[in-house]
Design a protein around this ligand. Structure first.
Ligand code: ATP
Length: 602
């Protein structure tokens, strides 16, 4: 298929902000795309060459390289390209302008003859994709020049619009405002299958390119046969929050399983023969970071093939007490992994089992999954099943909560044991409810928010940012909505590093998927997530989070927010959602309502 069709679609998508329209535009493209190209088209639209979890190399061309390739491909000087970049703020726009200029100059009969000749060698999807893959795969000495040569040749063959999107792809900034959710909508429409079916397949096999190909080649029926596969991470099941033990048990049903909520790194452990893979909560492969866990898994998992899930927790080598999450991050940053393993040992606490020797357990209720876990895991101090108990009432729940906190855990995860307690991959639902220490004191819940903008600092803070504009994620609209500005809680060092940390995400304008009434001094692509505490949730006329949900035209904001830490393990769409903020707000209101009548009585 000609690549121009993809470029034209990207152009339309860029100008459309309605999610429904975007999905319809994508569906039209997918219908036209031959099966052989559809995976490549899906990847290109998502701005990737392959799913992140494959751990394959990235394109690896820096800004300077892009500048050089544009100059060579358009017969322009690098300083001219640089000048244009300064005024347009985007290399995609620069190459488009330069190419259009060239097309404009060659006019009349010459153009006609030339374009007739060129008709035959229009760029096709396969050539573009394969060239980009070749560029990414080039590593080591001399690869930089080869990469530039390949990119230059590709840009020479491309027309203005095609070049614009190729450059943006290489820069890692397609900025279409199209996320995975919209691509799934488009695929469901194009192939006449239910959106739920596509999503279920994606949750247990997170590769939208491969899913699109299966749909195009074999139809929707085949999607039902997709099952967990060792080596391919599943999207994790997530927990809702609860703050009241009675309410929690009402939602989970009782008796329920209450387990310690360990403060470590979540890991999906995959085993196939003597091969082990570890995947993070974000589906990144982290096997190489934990050679000790690999050894434990080989020793203690008694099945030839299995996928289990658990938490990796740092422990004090002297006292064997659990250490906080930050310790693990500290270990990750160490260069010599073998030294780190000795210095900061870890243990594993398992809480789920998704697949064993050909059997897909994701649709089985929790008691059955736990039975499998018990059967295949030979427990030891370092590698065992999470501590917990079956609780019948709120009193038992409270007791276990105190025990968990006492053991250095964050609290509990309360899990439904009912017949429908399946593993809901990729879903945050009420089958799992987290009950954390900090929910006890009103309004000190922490939230994870995405940095979307910043304000220049003054006085002591000149040269860095004075405050960052933070947003929650709204999965229904696939957009980021602002909740607060945060300027406190940073150490001097963290403050000084802010500009450098945020530089790669800088944009000339507000990102398409960000809803903000506030004009930030600098805009960022929604990428970095930070954990924040707040004193209060209040109605806000300026913030767009939950706008109109409580009152028309009014949103919800967090007052007196404080930075706690970066959440590198979370992607922007895993940030706290506007729905969660709304629920927190309602909970607070309920508490106030309960207090007020008492006051009147007195
Ligand atoms: P938080 O920021 O509170 O850790 P999160 O948004 O990262 O939450 P949630 O799904 O909301 O993720 O909370 C569940 C997390 O708690 C899991 O991702 C897992 O890492 C951790 N966890 C610790 N112990 C357990 C357990 N026994 N069962 C399930 N999850 C557990």
């Amino acid at each position: 298929m000609e690549f121009s069709l993809v470029a034209q679609t990207l152009d339309i998508l860029e100008k459309t902000s309605s999610k429904i329209q975007q999905a319809a535009t994508l569906a039209a493209l997918f219908k036209k795309t031959p099966a052989i190209d559809i995976d490549k088209v899906v990847y290109f639209i998502l701005g990737i060459l392959w799913p992140d979890w494959k751990g394959m190399p990235e394109i690896g061309i820096a800004e300077k390289g892009i500048q050089k390739a544009i100059a060579m491909a358009t017969n322009t000087t690098e300083s001219e390209v640089e000048k244009l970049y300064k005024s347009l703020g985007d290399f995609g726009a620069v190459v488009e302008k330069l190419k259009l200029g060239k097309q404009g100059k060659a006019s009349g009969l010459m153009t006609f003859i030339k374009s007739a000749k060129e008709e035959k060698k229009r760029l096709d999807v396969e050539t573009v994709y394969n060239t980009l893959v070749k560029i990414a795969m080039l590593q080591g000495e001399g690869s930089r020049d080869m990469k530039l040569r390949l990119l230059t040749a590709l840009l020479m063959d491309a027309d203005a619009k095609e070049a614009k999107y190729i450059v943006r792809f290489v820069e890692g900034r397609l900025r279409l405002g199209v996320g995975e959710a919209t691509v799934m909508d488009g695929l469901a429409t194009a192939f006449g299958v239910s959106r739920d079916l596509v999503e279920r397949a994606y949750n247990i096999f997170p590769d939208l390119g491969a899913i699109a190909k299966t749909l195009a080649e074999k139809g929707g029926g085949e999607l039902k046969n997709i099952k967990p596969t060792p080596g391919i991470p599943l999207r994790p099941m997530l927990a809702e929050r609860g703050s009241d033990p009675v309410e929690i048990l009402n939602k989970a049903g009782f008796p329920a399983l209450a387990e310690f909520k360990y403060d470590g790194e979540r890991a999906q452990i995959h085993k196939k023969g003597d091969k082990i893979w570890l995947f993070s909560r974000r589906l990144e492969e982290i096997t190489h970071q934990y050679p000790d866990v690999v050894e434990m898994a080989l020793k203690h998992i008694k099945a030839s093939e299995a996928i289990v899930e658990g938490e990796i927790i740092a422990v004090d080598p002297e006292t064997e007490e659990f250490k906080p999450f930050q310790e693990l991050m500290h270990r990750k940053r160490k260069k010599d992994i073998h030294e780190a393993v000795k210095e900061i040992p870890v243990v594993v606490r398992l809480f789920d089992c998704l697949y064993v020797d050909g059997v897909d357990l994701t649709m089985k209720p929790l008691p059955e999954r736990r039975e499998y876990l018990r059967k295949i895991v030979e427990e030891s101090d370092e590698f065992r099943i999470a501590e917990g108990a079956i609780v019948k009432d709120s009193k038992e729940l409270e007791q276990l909560f105190l025990k968990a906190v006492d053991a250095g855990c964050e609290g509990l995860v309360v899990k439904s044991l009912g017949r429908d307690s399946v593993y809901q991959a990729g879903v945050r639902g009420w089958l799992w409810i987290k009950y954390k220490r900090d929910y006890k004191s009103e309004l000190t819940d922490t939230v994870d928010l995405v940095v979307v903008g910043a304000f220049h600092g003054r006085g002591k803070r000149s040269g860095t940012y004075g405050a960052l504009l933070l947003a929650a994620y709204d999965p229904d609209t696939d957009r980021f909505v602002t909740v607060c500005k945060v300027g406190t809680g940073f150490t001097d060092e963290e403050l000084a590093q802010l500009p450098r940390k945020l530089e790669p995400y800088k944009l000339p304008n507000k990102h398409q998927r960000v809803d903000s009434d506030i004009e930030a001094d600098v805009w960022f692509e929604p990428a970095l997530v930070m954990e924040v505490t707040g004193a209060e949730l209040t109605l806000s006329p300026v913030h767009t989070c939950c706008r109109g949900w409580v009152k028309p035209g009014v949103g919800i904001s967090i007052r007196f927010p404080r930075f706690i830490r970066w959440r590198e393990d979370k992607s922007p769409t895993e940030a706290t959602t506007s729905k969660e903020i709304y629920e927190m707000y309602l909970r607070k209101l309920r508490k106030i309502e309960r207090v007020e009548p008492k006051g009147e009585e007195a």
